[in-house]
Design a protein around this ligand. Structure first.
Ligand code: SAH
Length: 219
């Protein structure tokens, strides 16, 4: 039986060979973050299957290929401030934290209180307590920070792009978000770029995410 470490390296090689892991930065994050620390203990043996896994409360940790495809689209760099909507297990936030180190910071929001706690525990145990903050709130309404985030990552599917997220984004910034008007089906992963008053949207690929809740989500 291969160890989890060997399985992680195997998954990274596969994701590289199919063109998901492109930059050294993304590859490094995939190698460094231990996904087994972010899934329920009973599912640890499946941590390096390239599939979503249940994390309780009807929610899932996304498949690794989706996490890294989104990170590549976000074009993450050192020192950035990144806002995530949908902490879930905290895994995606940890991979972003690796990609914006040193000096970067992730603020991740989670609408379900028990999952905010789950994410925070996982992040703390995995050693990301100083680079990631978890806020239990409706992230679809945006959040006020001292500085505007350069990147926003949404990991639940929205019926439409939440306007507060576009407003809180730094000029020149990017958002990656799944959008679709029917929960669970027929969603597009959308890349948004903000250049002054110009907002450019590009549909990248078909995806299936859990629904976004809250003010700008499905209620
Ligand atoms: N990024 C996560 C996967 C998230 S699944 C990971 O790495 O594990 C989507 C998450 O979004 C769920 O936990 C869900 O509760 C949360 N969510 C849904 N609507 C939200 C909202 N309006 N604000 C914050 N979190 C939300």
């Amino acid at each position: 039986m291969p160890s989890l470490e060997e399985e992680r390296i195997g998954l990274v090689k596969r994701l590289e060979s199919i063109g998901i892991l492109r930059s050294e930065r993304t590859k490094r994050a995939a190698l460094l973050v231990k996904r087994e620390l972010f899934v329920p203990p009973k599912l640890r043996k499946y941590a390096y299957r390239d599939t979503p896994l249940p994390i309780g409360h009807g929610q899932t940790i996304s498949a690794p290929h989706m996490v890294f495809m989104m990170n590549e689209l976000l074009d993450l760099r050192e020192g950035m401030l990144v806002f995530e909507v949908g902490s879930g297990s905290g895994y995606h936030a940890a991979t972003v934290a690796e990609m914006i180190s040193p000096g970067g910071k992730v603020i991740t929001s989670e609408i379900l209180e028990p999952l905010a706690k789950f994410a925070w525990e996982n992040l703390r145990r995995a050693g990301y307590h100083d680079r990631v903050s978890v806020v239990a709130c409706d992230g679809s309404k945006g959040l006020k920070f001292k500085r505007k985030p350069e990147r926003i990552l949404v990991t639940a599917a929205a019926p439409r792009v939440p306007r507060p997220l576009v407003e809180m984004l730094e000029d020149g910034g990017k958002i990656v978000i799944p959008v679709g008007d029917t929960p669970f089906f027929a969603q597009k992963l959308v890349l948004i770029e903000k250049k002054g008053s110009r907002i450019m949207e590009k549909a990248i690929t078909d995806v299936a995410f859990v629904p976004l809740r809250g003010e700008w989500g499905f209620r």
